[in-house]
Write a protein that binds this ligand. Structure first.
Ligand code: WTA
Length: 662
């Protein structure tokens, strides 16, 4: 569960209600509760028909589709027989409509350099880079790994892959060489696109060097394209390595988008599940594209004059859907920022909002908690009056953090959209529509049109929830597993190379429905509240981590016999990683503790580094041999810091006392 007990208590008792401001609602596409309900009910009555109509309106079709949905649980095919292209929908469609001179990307680098690309310019760059890919032999269906800083070139690389039907796999630039190699090998990537280095808090992170290490173990990768971002000296393998700017100099600007089947894979994105091996979540072309475009327009109430800023990195799904594919399909002006929120100072974000007149700002609760800690004087130094709408994603937001966001950043005039979704869902599933739905701090409010959620107690056993669900239903559901009962266009199409795991993880424990992996409840107004995970997935600063993945990394160290990782509540990160370790022959010491932290960094990446490591002579287990995670969680939560002593503790005594409970 990702919230501390304190937060759970507060979301259970939250009753404040914030109706859409009248002026805001008047200008919204969906500006009344009735309009939302009408749309939701119409969608639920005929899902394929509802989405088909939107698909015809919103996407460019080289060939029209003949069937809206072919559903062979758990495999969906949307818009069967049609041919489209996500890069066309994001670029050419706007040029065709005479909107090529509008701003597509406003970019700010961490050192302060800025660039603005119009749709026409972005189109030109994407065409050229698509020709670069072709020139190095990349073909439709090939997988291309991307390990880059948040520069326009990252979006260009993604869109160029989409243009020729290559499948991108973006790897967050904080992952280790081991993690990159695993992903290259699982996807059998033919190419890696990277940069010499990335700016992070004024320092250059050596991305190319990490990729070099990964490529020693990535036999399928034939080429590596390197963007010169920082001007760092890099190791070079002639024949394999190529500078971005060298290749682009020669490339032709003429590259028509390839007409692709609706179900042609668009990207793979690896995410943590409850096993040691990250899952390659597969998304395809037409359904995903439609879903992110419509959800972008609905949730962010998109208007032509908006400057939209989603602070997520393209290494995560939020960056895919709401930095690149959603807003660009909608023709929005997207702000992209390369660096840290506290560089050179803790007011960087407010400076950016003021400088570029950002009107819609979408960030994560972990960032908001950091802003709160840094103090409200900083945002108050800046003119934030351009803002009209705020959003959050990635984890539940504590009602008090919501109130701070509302008051200090939103000046009490901006609605807040708390958006619940997942890598697997492709786009936002639940959120207030800001012109139509009164918000409650800490609740993701209501399902979007075309999304039919149901909370069940466990297995197929239904909690009292009306099977003929209608928008505006007010049946209270006390709490249980959150499931989605009907396919939706943005849903994952599987786990790369592992159909069985896809079925098992998402479709067996709650037969006939998509099991999201979150607990939720629905209140007497029909509002949904996400109550944390049902599995051993941690949510650390809004990032998903698997406890087993961390444990596997630890036991791969020669000193470690056994390891158990659990989450413990953390004020800033939401959850911190606490691990309990038994040793083989080594004695516990602070040096070893540091070495193990470093080991996890090299195995997975800095984001997985344990915050606490405790040595024990045995792990508490039940009689049947299961590690007593609940007990360990309690122990981890009990003490804020481990202290300097490196004693070997013994939790088996506690285990004996508690063994009946587990
Ligand atoms: C959690 C991020 C509460 C949830 C888009 C989910 C949330 C997981 C919210 C997916 C929210 C995301 N309220 N919890 N608004 N948004 N989560 O795949 O546990 O990185 O299952 O996708 O984050 O994380 P992922």
């Amino acid at each position: 569960m990702s919230q501390s007990h304190g937060q759970l208590d507060s979301v259970m008792h939250e009753s404040r209600l914030f109706p859409p401001p009248a002026e805001f609602a008047t200008k919204s596409q969906i500006g009344t509760l009735e309009q939302y309900q009408e749309l939701w009910n119409r969608a639920a009555a005929d899902l394929p028909g509802f989405w088909a109509e939107l698909a015809r309106e919103e996407l460019h079709w080289f060939e029209p589709f003949t069937e809206a949905l072919r559903w062979n649980e758990p495999v969906a095919e949307w818009f069967v027989g049609g041919k489209t292209n996500a890069s066309y929908n994001c670029l050419d469609a706007h040029l065709d409509a005479g909107r090529g001179e509008r701003t597509a990307i406003i970019w700010e680098g961490e050192p302060g350099d800025t660039r603005t690309l119009t749709y026409a310019e972005l189109h030109r760059q994407v065409c050229k880079f698509a020709n670069v890919l072709k020139g190095l032999g990349v073909q439709q269906g090939d997988r291309v790994s991307i390990y880059m800083p948040m520069t326009p070139e990252l979006a260009i690389a993604m869109l160029a892959c989409a243009r020729i039907g290559a499948v991108h796999s973006v790897i967050f630039a904080g992952f280790s060489a081991e993690a990159i190699a695993d992903r290259n090998n699982d996807a059998e990537a033919v190419m890696v696109i990277t940069a010499d280095a990335a700016w992070r808090r004024g320092r250059a992170l050596p991305l190319k060097q990490t990729v070099d290490d990964a490529l020693k173990k990535s036999p399928t990768v034939k080429h590596c394209i390197v963007l010169d971002r920082v001007n760092e000296a890099v190791h070079w393998e002639p024949g394999r390595d190529h500078w971005w700017h060298d290749l682009m100099r020669e490339a032709s600007e003429d590259c028509p988008a390839t007409p692709l089947d609706s179900e042609a894979p668009l990207f793979i994105l690896y995410t943590s599940g409850s096993t040691g091996k990250p899952k390659g979540i597969k998304h395809t072309t037409a359904g995903y594209n439609l879903f992110v475009k419509k959800t972008f327009q609905w949730v962010f109430d998109h208007r032509d004059e908006d400057v939209f800023w989603c602070t997520a990195d393209c290494g995560w799904v939020t960056g895919h859907s709401y930095v690149v594919y959603g807003p660009l399909s909608a023709g929005a002006a997207v702000l992209m920022y390369e660096g840290a929120p506290n560089h050179p100072a803790q007011n960087r974000f407010w400076e950016i909002i003021e400088r570029h007149k950002v009107s819609v700002f979408y960030t994560a609760p972990t960032a908001i908690r950091a802003f709160i800690k840094w103090g409200e004087d900083l945002p108050k130094m800046h003119d934030l009056s351009s803002l009209r709408l705020l959003g959050t994603v990635g984890e539940g937001i504590n009602p008090e953090a919501w109130m701070w966001y509302h008051r200090v950043i939103g000046g009490e005039r901006c609605p807040i959209v708390d958006t619940w979704w997942q890598t697997e869902t492709g786009g936002i599933m639940m959120s207030p529509l800001p012109g139509a739905i009164a918000t409650k701090p800490g609740s993701c409010c209501v399902p979007l049109p075309g999304v039919v959620p149901k909370i069940i107690s466990s297995g197929a056993d239904l909690v009292a929830d009306d099977p003929k669900q209608q928008a505006g239903d007010k049946t209270e559901v006390p709490g249980g597993w959150l499931t989605i009962t009907q396919p939706w266009p943005g849903m994952l199409r599987g786990i790369w190379g592992d159909d069985e795991r896809y079925r098992e993880v998402y479709w067996t424990k709650a037969p006939g429905r998509y099991l999201a992996g979150d607990n939720a409840r629905r209140d007497a107004d029909g509002y949904y509240w996400i109550m944390g995970r049902i599995d051993d997935v941690l949510n650390v600063s809004g990032h998903r981590l698997s406890t087993i993945e961390i444990e596997s990394a630890l036991v791969s160290h020669p000193a470690v016999a056994e390891a158990a990782a659990v989450g413990r509540p953390d004020e800033l990160k939401g959850e911190a990683v606490a691990v309990f370790v038994t040793l083989r022959n080594s004695a516990p010491s602070d040096e070893l503790r540091q070495e193990l932290k470093q080991h996890v960094r090299t195995q997975i990446g800095a984001l997985a580094q344990p915050d606490d490591i405790r040595f024990t002579n045995s792990l508490p287990k039940t009689r049947s041999g299961k590690i007593m995670r609940r007990l360990l969680k309690d122990i981890a939560a009990g003490k804020e810091s481990v202290g300097d002593t490196s004693t070997l503790e013994d939790y088996t005594v506690l285990a004996t006392l508690r063994s009946d409970e587990e």
